[in-house]
Ligand binder design. Structure first.
Ligand SMILES: Nc1ncnc2c1ncn2[C@@H]1O[C@H](COP(=O)(O)OP(=O)(O)OP(=O)(O)O)[C@@H](O)[C@H]1O
Length: 429
């Protein structure tokens, strides 16, 4: 098998591909419930209320004013330089990916420049599908007919990070395989060129769908499916063998959708193996990375990176899913600018429904699911990481929310159809 394939069997065994792609080490539990009445009372005794209050405070304390577009990457800005020891450790990996291993053997994941140029028609602008922090993204077609996304690093990324980020993304992508993570197809390191080839996911990003770019509004059932897919993908990363992987940049523009509106998490540029992070005696990360609006305030304060930082970003994503709004909306009136703070205050006041995306239909099932999703978001956004649930637990809770939502929607549908049958027979009489 050559690199011109994006099937899982093309993996180079030396990367240690996991053999169980979509295993999910737990079963759904339907015992999760929300008592909206106790929350409404605002007595302050309900732990959820207490957490809500401290979260609202934390948003005020920790919020960093956004760049004009509200979505600028935070990169290296507050962080000390990578230690020499760390750079050297990373440098020692170069042999795996560098041009010195240019001979392509069976099972190689290294593409040739010719293959890339052919697939993108010489990086034709007509094949360009996106632009991100890493560089330009092209849609390409391999010789076997497979469509792929070809991510070409911009020069500044290469200059600034000396390929570290590239190698980080390659190392991570090559090790993971899960139905809801974009599949890695291969890479190219050639002179100043750094290129990653991944599975092409055809239906745009979650953010585009929430913005209505693709026409049809995502209904709540699809949004719950997406939340569950993402929870499963991150659980997989966090429970990855002995070395949990922390994604570090969970956000709606990093969730790609398939034609069936199922999610695939992408952009491992910032991902780190927990072993990498914790290799120093201090357990302190050397670089703060992520996207404004999604960043864990405790990570910002302490530089300590754990899986719970992804849980925090996931909490922001949950709020985005039910409100439809971006995490930061600079054009809104001040009390609505930080979406999570605004929505959780509504929830805390017993008025969650007014935070619901206005394009979603208001039904009993929708209201209940909305409340439960916001309660979960509240837990994910707890200021102290110890109070946040683990990612697998988020998956379980969401599974249960979806189950209840489906049951309520079905019974709603049944009662509507029996009502319409009754009125039809009344008319006949
Ligand atoms: N695998 C893919 N399949 C289809 N389209 C993709 C794929 N990967 C990226 N894209 C498109 O290219 C765009 C840019 O992707 P990229 O991951 O480089 O940047 P980003 O996540 O949007 O931004 P940043 O890197 O700054 O976080 C995406 O928004 C998406 O439209």
């Amino acid at each position: 098998m050559t690199s011109s394939s994006c099937s899982s069997t093309s993996r180079n065994p030396s990367f240690g591909v996991r053999s169980t792609p979509d295993q999910f080490p737990y079963s759904p539990i339907s015992s999760y419930s929300v008592s909206s009445s106790s929350r409404k009372s605002g007595s302050g005794r309900n732990p959820v209320t207490l957490v809500a209050r401290s979260i609202v405070g934390a948003f005020v304390d920790c919020f960093t004013p956004p760049e004009p577009d509200g979505y600028k990457k935070v990169e290296d800005s507050v962080a000390p330089k990578v230690s020499r020891a760390k750079s050297e450790r990373r440098g020692s990996n170069r042999g795996i990916y560098s041009n010195s291993t240019k001979q392509k053997g069976p099972g190689s994941m290294e593409f040739t420049m010719e293959e890339i140029l052919k697939a993108t028609r010489n990086f034709s602008p007509a094949f360009k599908i996106g632009q991100g922090g890493f560089g330009t993204v092209y849609k390409g077609r391999l010789d076997d007919g497979t469509f792929v996304a070809i991510k070409r690093a911009k020069q500044s990324v290469y200059d600034k990070h000396l390929g570290v980020e590239f190698q980080s993304e390659i190392r991570t992508l090559a090790q993971v395989e899960h139905l809801h993570l974009v599949k890695f197809c291969g890479y190219l390191e050639h002179g100043d060129e750094r290129i990653v080839v991944v599975e092409y996911v055809p239906n745009g990003t979650l953010r585009e769908h929430l913005d209505g770019v693709h026409g049809k509004v995502l209904d709540l059932a699809a949004r719950l499916d997406i939340a569950i897919d993402v929870a499963h993908a991150i659980t997989y990363l966090h429970t990855y063998t002995d070395h949990p992987i922390i994604h570090r940049d969970i956000k709606s523009s990093n969730i790609l959708l398939t034609e069936k509106l199922r999610a695939k998490v992408t952009d491992f540029g910032f991902a780190r193996l927990a072993a990498d992070i914790d290799s120093g005696a201090t357990h302190v990360s050397t670089q703060v990375k992520g996207t404004a609006g999604y960043l864990d305030p405790e990570y910002l304060r302490t530089y300590q990176l754990t899986e719970k930082s992804d849980v925090y970003s996931f909490g922001i994503l949950l709020v985005e899913l039910v409100t439809g709004r971006r995490p930061i909306e600079p054009k809104r009136e001040p009390r609505e600018r930080i979406t999570a703070k605004w929505a959780l205050k509504k929830f805390n006041d017993g008025d969650a429904i007014s935070a619901l995306d206005p394009r979603l239909q208001r039904t009993v099932g929708t209201n209940l699911a909305l409340e439960k999703v916001l309660e979960l978001a509240l837990q994910c956004l707890a200021p102290r990481r110890q109070s946040r649930p683990r990612m697998w637990r988020c998956g379980e809770i969401l599974w249960s929310i979806r189950k209840d939502y489906r049951e309520l929607s079905d019974s709603d549908l049944r009662s509507r159809s029996s009502n319409s049958q009754t009125s039809a027979s009344v008319r006949e009489i």
